[in-house]
Design a protein around this ligand. Structure first.
Ligand code: MLT
Length: 271
């Protein structure tokens, strides 16, 4: 399905009925990475998974795309879909967007799930490298990013060539404008660390134990900084934990969703 949101044609999945879950993918990925969550959660939830502007099947606009711009698109989308407050599940760059959403639209959230992500901003070196990569994408295409990132998405502890090929395919479908826009946006994103204590919705932090892109220590910081947050570490999983270990991920998320109504205010543990 598609909707014109802020002048951009946004592609999204909207399936199932029940309390709404909004899944937001990472970089340079698409809603295809959430296919195993859509299939599982649509039995009991309304599951919405958009392609962020410039990625997947969504159209791109020119120039940088800030994390707040992505968040505004999401907010407009859920308003157009009349979902009411959502549990927002954001992976990696989708987590940066989720934090921007949580700060800008707290009343539009009923819960927050931060997956393989972090609150800090880029160091000057990392930001400069992102901008240099964006220039290379302009001249050489998205393979510059895909070839560098695809091998880091899954855990090294078990090799699954078919899964690795799927991940490569998700990334290779990205368009240069969208990849450049997101790179510039990430390079400029603000540090959300000081505002984590303001988050008032129940929060679950999930990481793959073998994530080398954003190490689990970042998830520990998130869980310790967000009031009442719970942390789940999934073993034998890399950065793309929800795709790689979908069963374990879905069980963790489902358990947390079910426990929220019966036991609010729980404290973080590592499981
Ligand atoms: C992602 O998976 O979204 C990216 O690795 C995030 C980043 O590059 O900071």
């Amino acid at each position: 399905m598609f909707k014109d949101i802020n002048g951009i044609r946004i592609a999204y999945t909207d399936e199932g009925q029940g309390a709404p879950l909004l899944f937001v993918h990472g970089f340079p990925l698409s809603r295809a990475t959430w296919s195993k969550q859509v299939a599982f959660f649509k039995a009991n939830h309304r599951v919405i998974a958009p392609d962020l502007r410039g990625l997947g099947e969504s159209a791109s606009g020119p120039g940088p795309v800030s994390m707040s711009r992505f968040a505004e698109d999401l907010h407009d989308l859920v308003q157009r879909l009349s979902t009411g407050p959502v549990v927002l599940v954001g992976h990696s760059m989708g987590g940066y967007v989720a934090l921007a959403f949580a700060m800008a639209y707290p009343n539009a959230l009923s819960g927050l799930v931060l997956v393989g992500t972090k609150a800090g901003k880029d160091s000057p070196e990392v930001a400069a490298a992102r901008r240099a990569t964006a220039e290379k994408v302009r001249t050489e295409g998205v393979s510059v990013v895909v070839d560098a990132m695809a091998p880091k998405m899954l855990s090294a502890s078990h090799a699954d060539p078919a899964m690795a090929a799927s991940v490569h395919g998700f990334m290779a479908a990205s368009k240069p404008d969208g990849v450049m826009g997101a790179l510039w946006g990430m390079a400029d994103r603000p540090d959300a660390s000081a505002r984590l204590g303001q988050i008032r919705v129940p929060t679950l932090v999930i990481t793959g134990a073998d994530d080398t892109v954003i190490p689990p220590s970042e998830s520990v910081i998130l869980a310790e900084s967000i009031p009442g947050a719970q942390l789940t570490v999934i073993p034998e999983a890399g950065h793309l934990v929800a795709f790689e270990r979908a069963d374990a991920f879905n069980e963790a998320l489902n358990g947390w969703l079910e426990s929220r109504s019966s036991a609010p205010g729980f404290r973080g543990t590592i499981s």
